[in-house]
Design a protein around this ligand. Structure first.
Ligand code: HEM
Length: 501
């Protein structure tokens, strides 16, 4: 009897894993069969697919979009990669990009965005505008938010922009001894946080003036976005005991961000209910949206507040840091930009939206920076029906990645792609092939804050080149770090001197 039980237990110990492996194998084979006709690199592991391939790239200091561009160069404008059971198709085919983002009415990919909304089981940006995949719900909410981001509305923020930016300019003036090294990534992070806090949410955050080190909020943003990146790098991270402490910190950071969102919501709600004066800003829109639609889930409003804080801050700070690096590396461009700023605004300290509109070269510099260094490089769509990309059938429901980083660095679209050449964007020349450059994406899901972000960046950059000469620390890394967004790894350390000194 005893021997029989042992035999049964040993049989189970062997049979259960074998059955499980067989079931997983059959599942993987059946999922992958539908994509076997699409080109792609050989997989490194049957079960994990290209996860180990990606790990190898990471070890070489490369990131996901760099791996994607290598595959596209090698296998053509449509490739597939397998991340365990998940298939991602990546395309750089302009006409397919047009269909996926503009004409085809395809939704954002559930697999990609729902994970971002609820990271490691913790509500992060939940169902905020960026990650909302239900088209009907998104259309309604986007329509409600659009007025807050119209150019005419942003024009009214001009004076507030100037006030906030001048705080950084004054701070830099105090440090402009030609020696003190300042991490401009950090300073821009503080400034863009103050700007979105003040202009979008009526909060005086004082990060630029008061901080000598990152505020709790900027640290929380860094950690939370790092968590997104950690998840992309290693989908199995939550099963690794050694990472549990880190993941606990990431979750705490996400909660910190949401607590701040809740506090600002509650405070503004009270002010509105009391009939106090409240600014006509993003927060007012969101609070009124909830008051007028009580059926709306309050957590979704917190999702949006958190989303706007994040989306409105990191991206602009990263763009500005990359722009400084590009200008320092290309002194001829910097000199031409300085000349333009001097022509348009002279030494006037108040820079208007109209002034920035007159600076055509500044516009070209920003566009070229975004071509090489798009802070938010990738977007994901899910095709509603079967589609064809370059003759390859893509089954309905596939997660398709479209990357401005990839498309805008391909030689066939941008000759000498690594050369920083703002002239590519000279409006008189029309040299940009359609659907190859989209740092704010294209079509209905395009960035709602594009004008806000670009005007802000133009004002900041023009004020800096107007007032300062700067040198970068040549020993820092000028590589790109991917941590949900793309940012300069070395922190963009600069020393400044005043132009008239
Ligand atoms: C240089 C600055 C910026 C860049 C490069 C940028 C880039 C992008 C990109 C690429 C997307 C699409 C994301 C995706 O498809 O997954 C996006 C969406 C979005 N951005 Fe921006 N962004 C910038 C500034 C801003 C600012 C200042 C705000 C708000 C104040 C903002 C708010 C949003 C929101 C809410 C969405 C989601 C729009 C929707 O799906 O309806 N962004 N942004």
């Amino acid at each position: 009897m005893m021997a029989l039980s042992w035999l049964f237990i040993s049989g189970c110990v062997i049979a259960v894993p074998v059955c499980a492996m067989t079931a997983v194998s059959i599942y993987l084979i059946s999922v992958r069969k539908k994509y076997s006709h699409i080109p792609g690199p050989p997989r490194d592991s049957f079960f994990l697919g290209h996860i180990p391939t990606f790990q190898k790239y990471l070890k070489e200091g490369k990131f996901f979009s760099e791996m994607a561009i290598e595959f596209i160069r090698k296998y053509g404008h449509v490739v597939k990669i397998e991340l365990a059971e998940r298939i991602i198709v990546i395309t750089a085919d302009p006409q397919s990009i047009r269909e996926l983002m503009i004409t085809g009415n395809h939704t954002k990919s559930k697999a990609a965005y729902e994970k971002l909304g609820f990271l490691f089981g913790e509500r992060f940006i939940g169902k905020g505008l960026v990650v909302e995949t239900d088209q009907k719900v998104w259309v309604w909410r986007r329509a409600l938010m659009n007025p807050c981001f119209q150019k005419s509305y942003i024009k009214g923020l001009e004076s507030a922009f100037n006030t906030e930016i001048d705080l950084l300019i004054n701070k830099l003036a105090g440090l402009a001894d030609g020696k003190t090294q300042v991490s401009m990534l950090e300073e821009f992070n503080h400034l863009t946080l103050d700007v979105i806090g003040k202009i979008g949410f009526g909060m005086q955050m004082n990060n630029v003036e008061n901080r000598t080190e990152p505020s709790e909020y900027t640290k929380a943003i860094k950690l939370a976005l790092g968590g997104v990146s950690a998840f992309v790098r290693d989908p199995f991270i939550k099963f690794k005991y050694s990472k549990w402490k880190y993941l606990a910190d990431v979750k705490k950071a996400m909660r910190t961000l949401r607590v701040l969102s809740k506090q600002s919501f509650d405070e503004r709600k009270k002010q509105i209910e009391r009939g106090d004066y409240t600014p006509d800003d993003i927060l007012n829109f969101l609070v009124k949206m909830k008051l007028e639609n009580p059926e709306l889930d309050g957590e979704v409003i917190l999702d949006d507040i958190t989303t706007f804080f994040l989306a409105g801050q990191e991206t602009s700070a990263n763009l500005l840091s990359f722009a400084l690096i590009c200008l320092w590396q290309n002194k001829d461009v910097l000199e031409r930009l300085k000349a333009e700023v001097s022509d348009v605004v002279g030494d006037k300290h108040y820079i208007s939206v109209e002034d920035t509109n007159k600076m055509e070269y500044l516009d070209m510099v920003i566009k070229e920076t975004l071509r090489l260094y798009p802070p938010a490089p990738n977007t994901f769509r899910e095709n509603k029906t079967d589609i064809e990309i370059q003759g390859y059938k893509i089954p309905a429901g596939t997660g398709i990645m479209i990357s401005t980083f990839v498309s805008s660095r391909l030689e066939e679209f941008f000759p000498e792609p690594l050369k920083f050449d703002p002239e590519r964007f000279n409006p008189a020349e029309n040299r940009i092939p359609s659907y190859t450059y989209f740092p704010f994406t294209l079509g209905p899901r395009t960035c709602i804050g594009k004008d806000f972000g670009v005007i802000e960046a133009k004002m900041i950059l023009s004020k800096i080149v107007q007032r300062f000469n700067f040198e970068m620390d040549p020993n820092q890394s000028f590589d790109i770090e991917e941590s949900a967004t793309l940012k300069p790894k070395g922190g963009a350390f600069c020393s400044f001197t005043l132009c008239d000194s």
